[in-house]
Design a binder for this molecule. Structure first.
Ligand code: AMP
Length: 271
């Protein structure tokens, strides 16, 4: 696996690959790679001739009160995970490389992102769409792999690709979980042992909601309350939201200073 830190190198390597008839897969991440990321890389490596994983902790998607400074980083471990999952390239640029001269003057905002994560983390999704637009521009025609764990992000990135005509096919991949149901996340490493045990409540709440839907419950308010009540029983958890969308239940909660999100599929509710 080759490691690159300049955008022009990435563009050139991927152009050369395509010129020789190879297909390209792109897996954007913020590093601290875990099984969820490895799944995306393996899927890309299975479906594309050359996979470029990217590691960039994008300051634009953190607002000032958030955990940018304490976001876990371990490039040596990331190299090992990405290589063993089948990445051929790892693009790990410095902030200056992505945003020379400071925060960009041009940003990308998808309409209607003021709900869920967009409501709790103002500007976060704009930071995501801006950096993903840059990565799509550097990468060129490819398939790009994103996790369903970040459901709203996946929807927003699909919209970005469609509305701005990027030559990119966005591929959504299922959420990889720990054996006890907790969705793999780089932030899990920052949980204390007690918080780690408590964090399973998020998935349990979603499963309880999904079970109620499967049993015929179709009132979103009832489903929301069911999920919120489960989280409320866990003293180390503070619920941010528990929401119902037509095909999804979504929840976010804090465990100490760590904020986690999760979602599960449900049969389509007419809301
Ligand atoms: P992140 O490094 O957290 O920004 O995530 C990079 C990509 O990996 C995003 O597309 C995430 O949705 C995806 N991802 C993160 N955690 C998981 C997981 N547990 N299962 C599947 N995909 C994930």
């Amino acid at each position: 696996m080759r490691v690159l830190d300049r955008g022009d190198q990435l563009r050139k390597e991927l152009d050369v690959a395509r010129a020789s008839g190879r297909t390209v897969g792109l897996v954007p991440t913020m590093g601290a790679l875990h099984e969820g990321h490895a799944f995306l890389i393996r899927r890309s490596a299975a479906e594309c001739d050359l996979t470029a994983a990217t590691v960039f902790v994008n300051p634009l998607q953190f607002n000032p009160s958030e955990d940018l400074g304490s976001y876990p980083a371990d490039l040596a471990s990331d190299l090992a995970v990405a290589a063993s999952a089948g990445a051929g390239l790892l693009f790990a640029p410095a902030v200056d490389e992505m945003y020379p001269g400071g925060p960009p003057g041009v940003t990308v905002r998808v309409a209607g992102v003021d709900v869920l994560e967009g409501a709790s983390r103002p500007g976060h999704l704009d930071g995501v769409t801006t950096v993903v637009a840059k990565l799509f521009n550097l990468a060129g025609p490819c398939r790009a792999y994103f996790g369903e764990k970040d459901w709203q992000q996946l929807e927003v990135v699909r919209r970005l690709a469609t509305d701005l005509s990027f030559p990119v096919e966005v591929v959504g991949c299922p959420t990889v979980r720990e054996p006890d149901g907790l969705a793999c996340s780089s932030r899990n490493a920052r949980l204390s042992p007690q918080e780690r045990a408590a964090a399973t409540v998020l998935h349990r709440a979603l499963i309880t909601g999904a079970t109620a839907v499967a049993a015929g419950e179709c009132d979103p308010a009832v489903i929301r309350r069911l999920m919120a009540n489960i989280v409320a029983k866990e003293p180390l958890a503070t619920l941010d939201y528990a929401e119902v969308l037509p095909g999804r239940l979504l929840a976010a909660a804090r465990f100490g200073t760590v904020r986690l999100i999760d979602n599960v599929h449900i049969e389509k509710l007419e809301i």
